[in-house]
Design a protein around this ligand. Structure first.
Ligand code: SIN
Length: 518
């Protein structure tokens, strides 16, 4: 088996991975491993934008307050302060890498999104922010000395004497496995959005980084908090397509199948309430009207505003026979973002020396139980930059302390069920959607937990990309489900019919670690 050495190995090629690579290459040699092509990632699909307090009525303090409020009592205040205060410095980096944020008369334009007190969201190409970021960063990476290995799937973290020394990776085309050694290993593979039947996520988002870190002994936190985006296009035969929150920010309203505008019935914030509230309200309305969708209405907005501000959405719908300036947009919620992930400190460090996580893979604590719109791209760069600052000195021996004051568990052993559905990606996604989705109960979670444990018990040793992905998704599914079962309350994106209220005793984080004693 060949071995290779780089100072930094970054797994994943979305905004977190590429941004870190571009900063890290100033410090040492960098290898990026990505299981698909460099552009296969969730970042490319991000529409709305990136939040930063730069408007005249805004301040990092106000951004801090909005983020804390959305997080439903579980945000880490220090991490949120860092996010709000270090945002503009990292945005300046993106601009220097050539991200063409939209401007009007020379000033960056800011839009409103749900649960922000003021317009705060920068965007590019109207509603193609992520794509512009990805294109700009990958262009820079390609013209740098960074090595990118495509079709290369990280299959195991190599740890010696408690320190990361590298990673094993599978060449998805040839099936060969090689060792890649490094000083700092950074996991930036995104969340686990492919766990659910309806999702805005790219096919590559299969929980790889979270599963790798967990298997290596790192802590995984807040996995029960899975965010559903309220408005995802629901057209027969068309794959789920995001209809940005910014559409509601610009004045779009939601009506049910009977033509009634329902959000003011639920909350004074109406369509601009936090995502968890809007997604659940939509579920109730769909049930009430016996429909699998509600409708987003922008017909009252000037057509020119719609077509210039949302060119990507306008074109996609038009290409599928829908002129959104004249007709209603059928939408329903879909899985969008995982607030939980690999527990890191404010420098992106895990409890394993030399192992870092960034972007959606990481749980920095900034999102709490419910992420504020457009804070995810920002989190990727703010905490990504901190990873590189931490490793600048060449000393990666610092690491995150074991978490205190939180509940740390290991995945429970469960008796295998005598009968369980056959495991494949669609059956896993259906189970998670039906039993561990927007509205959960102890009964539905118990059922899912039993099936997932049974599946995990009979998974064969993975040998190719698909089998590794399924293995990682089943593990992430178990982490989400067991955490949701333990949390006997409702908070943020986690809602249980048997415990519909929040409880102060649950204002704590749930962590899983492989080697916790019983
Ligand atoms: C959107 O455009 O609605 C997605 C933005 C986000 O998830 O923050």
């Amino acid at each position: 088996m060949k071995t290779h050495y780089s100072d930094y190995i970054i797994v994943g090629s979305g905004i977190a991975g590429l941004y870190i690579a571009l900063l890290a290459v100033e410090q040492g040699s960098v290898l990026v491993l990505t299981k698909g092509s460099i552009d296969d990632c969730n970042t490319r699909y991000a529409q709305g934008g990136i939040a930063v307090a730069m408007g005249k009525d805004d301040s990092p303090e106000l951004h801090f307050k909005d983020t804390m409020a959305a997080g439903a009592g579980l945000c880490d205040a220090e991490a949120v302060r860092i996010l709000a205060e270090e945002a503009s410095d990292c945005i300046a980096d993106l601009i220097s890498f050539g991200v063409p944020f939209d401007t009007l008369e020379g000033e960056i334009t800011l839009t409103m999104e749900a649960a922000h007190s003021v317009p705060r969201v920068m965007h590019a190409g109207g509603d193609a922010t992520g794509e512009h970021i990805e294109v700009a960063l990958s262009r820079h990476v390609r013209s740098s000395s960074i090595t990118v290995l495509e079709n290369c799937l990280a299959s195991e973290i190599l740890v010696r004497n408690g320190e990361v020394v590298g990673v094993k990776a599978l060449d998805c085309r040839t099936g060969s496995v090689e060792d890649y050694r490094c000083r700092s290993l950074i996991l930036a593979t995104g969340g686990a959005g492919k766990l659910l039947r309806y999702t805005t996520n790219s096919d590559v988002v299969t929980g790889d980084g979270i599963a790798l870190a967990f298997k290596a002994g790192a802590e995984v936190m807040d996995m029960e908090f899975l965010q559903f985006h309220p408005t995802v296009l629901r057209l027969p035969g068309v794959a789920p397509f995001l209809i940005s929150e910014a559409v509601r920010g610009e004045g779009g309203i939601l009506i049910n199948a009977d033509g009634h505008r329902f959000m003011p019935d639920y909350t004074a914030e109406a369509e601009l309430a936090t995502r968890d509230v809007v997604a659940r309200s939509i579920v109730y309305e769909m049930k009430k009207t016996h429909s699998d969708r509600v409708f987003l209405d922008v017909r009252h907005l000037p057509p020119r505003l719609v077509t210039t501000r949302f060119p990507h959405i306008y074109r996609f719908c038009r290409d599928h026979g829908l002129d959104i300036t004249k007709g209603l947009i059928p939408v329903a919620p879909a899985a969008h973002y995982l607030m939980g992930g690999v527990k890191v400190n404010n420098w992106g460090e895990t409890i394993i020396s030399g192992l870092f996580a960034a972007g959606e893979t990481a749980c920095t604590g900034v999102h709490g139980a419910n992420r504020l719109a457009s804070n995810s791209l920002l989190e990727s760069i703010v905490f990504g930059k901190r990873v590189v600052r931490r490793t600048e000195s060449g000393d990666s021996s610092g690491r995150c302390e074991l978490s205190e004051g939180s509940c740390t568990c290991r995945l429970p052993e469960r008796e295998p069920l005598s009968t369980a559905p056959t495991l494949n990606l669609p059956s896993l996604q259906s189970l998670m959607w039906d039993k561990v989705g927007i509205v959960r109960s102890g009964e539905s979670l118990e059922e899912a937990a039993g099936v997932l444990a049974t599946w995990q018990g009979c998974l064969p040793e993975p040998s190719d990309r698909l089998s590794y992905e399924l293995d990682n998704l089943v593990l992430c599914g178990r982490l989400v489900t067991e955490a949701a079962l333990l949390r006997k309350e409702s908070r943020g994106a986690h809602f249980r019919t048997d415990f519909p209220e929040s409880s102060p005793e649950w204002q704590c984080h749930m962590l899983f670690r492989k080697d916790v004693a019983r």
